[in-house]
Design a binder for this molecule. Structure first.
Ligand code: NAD
Ligand code: TYD
Length: 337
């Protein structure tokens, strides 16, 4: 692995992955292709953007000729596809762009990669493709895909396409299905940064439904190390579930945030539930742990403390991302809910 094309590297997980790659693997050249949507932010990489082994390209994964040119020009041997529309709530109000980027965009990358003899195409996917769990059990790699939201349906569509390109054309691929991430540089439309931001500004914390939905939280750096292990050690054609064994009800997470920030529980406001809201996600990460020797570096308690500290020390970053379009988004999603 010498030259990696990382797509969506200016987003939350992508930027954490690019930073990890540049800092811990200086022998690798990283080309970051990002469209810079509302979720893409070059500030996320300001501290590493001048590294000689890093190049940024502003562009769309749906642009086939551009992708083909980048593969040639940079002698790309590995693609890691993070680029996506990633927020469930936005997929409910406007699903089309999710199909364009997550399905057509992935197809475009696959077509460009198909005959290039890549060492690996790694599709970064989500546990949400498996649907929702009852109070028992966990998702394994054998769980049938049964997505419930337009977001998860688009990610499942992409997973199927990647697998089909492996089966039909011999593309060497892996798919990783990870649980909910949290950590530095997450856009405050997602639960944890949204609640941190609102609590810091003494705004109400909007908890959907009864707040008893369960997510399995993983610190973003640990997701990045898991992807790296897959790139280095996994045989092609394998899928890996990634998760930290950190199941928490949403209300529990919100209360932890309030307590750490010394803010009152009276800021919590129960609001109208998300339509089709998945009740519980939980990952069985036994395969990646036993086959590749990956393990998370922090517990949820350590990870959430690091995350809150990061947001406290990066108020300028936070103020930047909540200016402009975010205010209209917040109004649209939450006013009178
Ligand atoms: P994000 O929304 O923070 O970032 C997405 C990035 O992709 C942005 O930089 C955006 O500009 C870029 N992008 C969007 N459309 C593009 C296009 N057409 N061409 C090029 N770039 C484009 O998302 P994230 O939370 O960092 O998630 C990254 C990936 O990980 C996604 O594929 C997501 O499905 C997956 N994932 C996320 C989580 C999570 O908890 N956030 C969990 C599991 C898997
Ligand atoms: P989110 O961060 O949007 O991730 P996902 O829907 O992909 O799991 O939401 C995590 C959980 O938090 C989910 O059950 C929805 C809930 N939630 C709220 O209760 N209030 C909010 O304002 C948001 C954004 C999410």
């Amino acid at each position: 692995m010498k030259n990696i094309l990382v797509t969506g590297g200016a987003g939350f997980i992508g930027s954490n992955f690019v930073r990890m790659a540049l800092e811990e693997h200086p022998d690798v050249h990283v080309v970051n292709l990002d469209k810079l949507t509302y979720a893409g932010n070059l500030q996320n990489l300001a501290d590493v953007q001048d590294r000689p082994q890093y190049s940024f390209v502003h562009g769309d994964i749906c642009d086939g000729p551009l992708v083909e040119r980048l593969l040639e020009e940079h002698k790309i041997d590995t693609i890691v596809n993070f680029a996506a529309e990633s927020h469930v709530d936005r997929s409910i109000t406007g699903p089309k762009i999710f199909i364009e980027t997550n399905v057509t965009g992935t197809l475009t990358l696959l077509q460009a990669a198909r005959d290039k003899g890549l060492e690996r195409f790694l599709q970064v996917s989500t546990d949400e493709v498996y649907g929702s769990l009852g109070s028992e059990g966990k998702f394994t790699e054998q769980t049938p895909l049964s997505p419930n939201s337009p977001y998860s349906a688009s990610k499942a569509g992409a997973d199927h396409l990647v697998r089909a390109f492996g089966h039909t054309f011999g593309l060497k691929y892996n798919i990783t299905n990870c649980s909910n991430n949290y950590g530095p540089y997450q856009f405050p439309e997602k639960l944890i940064p949204l609640m941190i931001h609102n609590a810091l500004h003494d705004k109400e914390l909007p908890v959907y439904g009864d707040g008893m939905q369960v997510r399995d939280w993983l610190y973003v750096y640990d997701h990045c190390t898991a992807i790296w292990q897959v790139l280095e050690k996994a045989p092609p054609g394998q899928t890996y579930n990634i998760g930290g064994c950190n199941e928490k009800a949403n209300i529990e997470v919100v209360e932890i945030i309030l307590d750490r920030l010394n803010k009152p529980r009276s800021l919590i406001r129960y609001v109208k539930d998300r339509p089709g809201h998945d009740r519980r996600y939980a990952i069985d990460a036994g395969k990646i742990i036993s086959q590749l020797g990956w393990k998370p570096s922090v517990t949820f308690e350590q990870g959430i403390a690091k995350t809150i500290d990061w947001y406290l020390s990066n108020e300028k970053w936070l103020a930047g991302v909540v200016s402009g379009e975010y205010q209209q988004y917040y109004q649209r999603m939450y006013a009178g809910r």
